[in-house]
Write a protein that binds this ligand. Sequence first.
Ligand code: ADP
Ligand code: MG
Length: 376
Amino acid sequence: MAAILPPAMLGILGGGQLGRMFAVAAKTMGYSVTVLDPDESAPAAAFADRHIQAPYNDPAALAELAASCAAVTTEFENVNADAMRELAKRTRVSPSGDCVAIAQDRIAEKSWIRKAGLATAPYLAIESVEDIQVDLAPYLPGILKTARLGYDGKGQVRVNTQDEARAAYANLGGQACVLEKMLDLQLEVSAIVTRVSSAQSAVFPLAENIHKNGILDESIVPARVAPALARQAQEMARKLAEALDYVGVLAVEFFVLADHSLVVNEIAPRPHNSGHYTLTACLTDQFQQQVRAMCGLLPGRTDLLSPVVMVNLLGDVWREDGREPHWDVLAEAPNAQLHLYGKKTARPGRKMGHFNVMAATADEALEQARALKDTL
Ligand code: ADP
Ligand code: MG
């Protein structure tokens, strides 16, 4: 397919921080951007040429997007996959509605991961109450996760016994779930792959991710794992993208177990919070890759320019009276870069921004990043 070149109009479903960073990349590369998001103050709108303010599945808004954009992508995991399939009849859409549908449903996601020959945690798919009447011992102690609409640890319940698991399933209103065995994690890592075609894909350096309360807190790059393990995770991400015939940016989260084996946790059909380090530390960043893939251009090179640590800034960092954190601390650190998403209200757990710290080693960057965060 012919490459889409500037100044073509690119569309994005969703106008959160990921859409905002996409818009910055696309505009910088000379494209125009239309954002579809119902929120008047959507973070991406500030950088877009056009903001269609309507529900994500509004037929008139989708028709307008299809008519005015040379290609459309998404930043929003729970976008309606049918809306994307419908759009694809009229314009170029990536990733495909089919891939997005798989990533949205933990049951489909896990079965695809296994189909691609990769390991998942032992899990039981629970689509109805009969499915949970089997012996649950292989999955206990475990985590019951809703099959759909979970993020940042939401929609998850830890369960220790069969009775607890059945009660938790009933509490979730009988919606489809997976019961997953709780694994003893040594580390969590993620690999982000950009795939345009079988012959054209590029994987970013592996990130080591530290979560707090189920939300990403820090990404450390390079991940502190053996180089062979990092390569293996990158190859697994590539293999998964291949199995899905994926076009776009695909994030793959892994667990590293005590025996150094890799288990795929979940995938996201878009740039990922754990890839924000690429904004300052890679030759091409993950949002430029999203633009390149949707336009049918070669993925850019993913070389790491410096060890880096990314720290998420949640609303919790703001003062209780709403005053801003001490940004001067970050502004005066020459090896730190602050990114704020332009969200008006800071709430606990809300992703407001992040900062990246570059240093000679990942450990040094981590030490400085933590010291900076403590003084904000
Ligand atoms: P979300 O969609 O909320 O990111 P995840 O499935 O990635 O959901 O779970 C969030 C976090 O919970 C993971 O990053 C990990 O720290 C922990 N977790 C999830 N599943 C397991 C598991 N099977 N064993 C151990 N820890 C887990
Ligand atoms: Mg996750």
